[in-house]
Design a protein around this ligand. Structure first.
Ligand SMILES: [Zn+2]
Length: 326
């Protein structure tokens, strides 16, 4: 077992015990208070990650007052630490949307303690890809062969706009079952949204086609397997998917620096979570710049209040790529 997966396993165990304790105390407390029915008149949908939340808002309509769409910000970065309120919301909701990947063990533990939750998993809507692409993480090439039996599917399914369409359509059909009376509205909302997603998808495709085979270099984790696969991009990253490790090996950094020089790469990317140290270091060593690629998985309540949507964030990524690649 690699240090990577051991660390991951320990983290998962910690989350498991935390959630188990919370479930126990929740049920003890709620059995003491008789007025906790959790029942509501309207329809409520609880979403444990930003992309699922944003797709759901588009499907039901952003100004829809009959359906409450709740974003659990506690679940947005794979370290789910729900509050009592979150648990009550999940228990009484009409539909619960989450990724359903390997980092969601704590959510799975919570769901297994509840009966009758209408669960929607984004990972069930798309074709899954393995976390590591061949040679995408230079320093890990050797580990890769030995760790084959532990290789996991990448859970960042929303990073491809095409997948976003598939997920939104599946969310739509599920909501139509809950509220068949308004099914036509949801299907029309989804059709309009899917068109917008595909329009942006075409912009990315055009851009990548116009610049030829320039690799993307990430001095960071790489949760963009699905995005890269959509446009057959070549990429190099310091760390895989959502690795808990925050420091790549010296060998990996040296190889990334070589790649930047050899391929005449103009910018080294980092993602929105964590420090940007590695990307900054590689950029400083190669006379290039460091640039943000927002993978849409750590979006705060504040950013949502300020109007951030999946589409707005992906359009910013398009602009960044255009500036860097052309
Ligand atoms: Zn992740």
């Amino acid at each position: 077992m690699s240090v990577f997966s051991l660390h991951r396993r320990l983290c998962r165990n910690r989350a498991f015990w935390f959630v188990l304790l919370l479930i126990l105390s929740f049920f003890i407390l709620s059995s003491c208070s008789s007025d906790d029915t959790g029942d509501k008149d309207g329809i409520s949908i609880v979403c444990a990650n930003f992309a699922g939340y944003d797709f759901t808002k588009e499907v039901v309509g952003r100004d829809n007052e009959n359906i409450e769409v709740i974003f659990l910000s506690s679940g947005s970065v794979h370290s789910f630490e729900p509050s009592f309120r979150d648990i009550a919301d999940i228990r009484s909701c009409d539909m619960f949307v989450y990724v359903g990947g390997e980092s969601d063990a704590a959510i799975d533990t919570l769901l297994s303690s509840m009966e009758g939750v209408n669960v929607f998993r984004m990972t069930e809507c798309v074709e899954l890809l393995l976390e590591h692409a061949e040679h995408s993480v230079p320093g890990e090439e050797h580990d890769h062969a030995h760790d084959n039996d532990e290789e996991e599917y990448d859970e960042h399914v929303w990073t491809s706009l095409f997948n976003a369409v598939l997920i939104s359509k599946a969310i739509c059909e599920r909501i139509c079952l809950i509220d068949p009376e308004n099914a036509d509205i949801y299907r029309e909302n989804t059709r309009v949204y899917a068109d917008k997603l595909m329009e942006l998808d075409a912009c990315f495709a055009d851009l990548f086609e116009s610049v030829g085979d320039k690799p993307l270099v990430f001095g960071d984790r790489f949760p963009l397997r699905y995005f890269a696969d959509r446009y057959s991009l070549e990429y190099y990253a310091a760390m895989s998917g959502c690795s808990h490790s925050s420091e790549p090996s010296v060998k990996t950094v040296v190889q990334l620096i070589d790649t930047v020089r050899k391929e005449d790469v103009k910018a080294v990317f980092y993602i929105e979570s964590g420090t940007h140290d590695v990307a900054e270091r590689i950029a400083a060593n190669t006379g290039t710049t460091a640039a943000l690629f927002n993978s849409c998985h750590k979006i705060s309540d504040r950013q949502i209040e300020d109007g951030a949507t999946y589409l707005s964030v992906m359009y910013e990524n398009l602009e960044t790529l255009r500036n860097v690649l052309t």
